[in-house]
Design a binder for this molecule. Structure first.
Ligand SMILES: Cc1cc2nc3c(=O)[nH]c(=O)nc-3n(C[C@H](O)[C@H](O)[C@H](O)COP(=O)(O)OP(=O)(O)OC[C@H]3O[C@@H](n4cnc5c(N)ncnc54)[C@H](O)[C@@H]3O)c2cc1C
Length: 387
């Protein structure tokens, strides 16, 4: 692994930064997010430029690169305040799972749309009664002839109103053992019996979250992704990209916060002509969080490199650590940027206070801080588990 990015990666970074400048926080992303409107124009343009599908195979219209490149796109967008939450689910989780386990027909139909952004697929695993314990999910898939019938409930599912389908994690009964095993289904959002209800959130964010009710949703056999009995492995294929992309979004947001804070600290003067950035009470916390963000970024790049090299096991530890570190650094960066601005930091004009709540998403989703600490305690340190 080299820390010097290739010419292609540098060119991609520059091209995405240019697009992000057009859709920057002050002029576009901030006002849209405040109205709860998705960044459709940005999504469409990023899709046309090939940024949303950089990780997907070339034969289906993707860029043929890896999660490293997709994370780079996310980081550069978020660094100008216009990160795309649905990149975490549509090309990263759903695109990866379909690439690895989908049928040829699923790939032809879905990967081409996910690659150019003309169609979105979101992801639903979380349930109200299971929460972090995804072994406890109760959404069930039962066979009826060749069809499947799905019943269950999901919560906090992002972007359902923008998506053509949700990749739903359900459980089906193993014909031999009778045990319930996870299975993945592509569920169209206009399927009869599929009911979505918007969850009101106190976050300034362009994408909505939904509670889903699946009430006898009938699906054809072709809706199953991969094998019924290999779904755990299939599910895990999507988890590393999800964590890496969550880390990328948090790192970009942290970069945005520091950039805003530094610009203000250089220009704001309240004592004898010295800018506030000359006071170490302002400069040191910013320097500290800059270090923490860079460390998180190195771990994210390591995770992406391991993942793209096919080391799923090594990538899991690094991706979890990267997501943890990125979330913590990003929240701290936003908090310090607000403090640097004094009263202005809490104004709607500056917009940092609203973004602080959004940055906290990364501490909870897609996997919470505590569940990452559990993972590291058990898998990296070999400690026994309490739950
Ligand atoms: C903005 C947003 C978007 C989301 N988008 C999606 C999506 O698109 N698709 C999807 O499927 N889900 C989505 N989620 C759900 C998210 O993945 C869950 O919120 C998250 O996994 C935590 O589950 P929970 O909210 O049920 O918390 P709970 O599991 O109820 O946990 C509550 C608290 O207890 C802690 N805790 C739980 N178990 C343990 C333990 N063993 N040890 C120590 N602490 C523990 C948790 O860390 C947390 O702090 C989203 C959530 C948010 C907030």
């Amino acid at each position: 692994m080299s820390f010097i990015e290739t010419d292609e990666q540098k060119a991609l970074r520059d091209a995405v930064a240019k697009l992000a400048a057009k859709y920057n926080f002050r002029d576009y992303a901030g006002p849209k997010a405040r109205k709860g409107e998705p960044f459709d124009e940005l999504w469409d343009e990023a899709g046309k430029l090939g940024f949303l599908g950089v990780n997907l195979p070339e034969e289906y219209g993707g860029g043929g690169a890896g999660i490293y490149e997709l994370a780079l796109v996310q980081e550069e967008l978020a660094a100008q305040g216009c990160g795309l939450l649905l990149m975490v689910v549509s090309p990263a989780i759903c695109g990866t799972i379909i690439t690895k386990y989908g049928t040829e027909a699923q790939k032809q139909h879905w990967l081409t749309k996910l690659a150019d952004g003309s169609g979105k697929m979101v992801f639903g695993i979380t349930e109200p009664d299971a929460g972090s314990n995804s072994h406890k999910i109760t959404t069930t898939a039962r066979r009826d002839g060749d069809d499947w019938i799905l019943n269950g409930r999901k919560i906090y599912i992002s972007g359902v109103d923008q998506a053509e389908a949700v990749l739903i994690v359900a459980r089906s009964e193993n014909a031999k053992t009778g045990n319930l095993q996870p299975a993945l289904f592509i569920v169209p959002t206009d399927a009869p019996g599929f009911v979505k209800t918007k969850q009101e959130m106190d976050i300034i964010e362009p994408d909505n979250q939904f509670t889903l009710f699946l009430d006898d949703v009938r699906l054809p056999a072709a809706a199953l992704v991969g094998q019924e009995d290999a779904a755990i492995a299939q599910l895990f294929a999507g988890l590393n990209p999800e964590r890496i992309m969550g880390a990328a979004m948090a790192i970009g947001m942290g970069r945005y916060a520091i950039d805003r804070a530094v610009a203000y600290a250089k220009e704001r003067t309240v004592w004898k002509g010295a800018p506030i950035g000359s006071h170490q009470g302002i400069s040191h916390p910013l320097a500290q969080v800059k270090i923490e963000l860079e460390l998180a970024k190195v771990m994210m790049q390591k995770a992406a490199f391991l993942y793209d090299s096919g080391d799923d096991f090594g990538a899991a530890e690094a991706a979890n650590m990267a997501k943890y570190a990125a979330a913590e650094a990003s929240i701290k960066a936003l908090d310090q940027a607000i403090q640097t601005h004094g009263g202005a930091g809490l104004t709607s004009d500056v917009g940092l206070a609203g973004m602080l709540a959004a940055s906290r998403i990364a501490r909870v989703a897609p996997v919470s801080r505590e569940m990452i600490l559990n993972f590291v305690a058990q898998h990296s340190l070999g400690l026994p588990r309490s739950y």
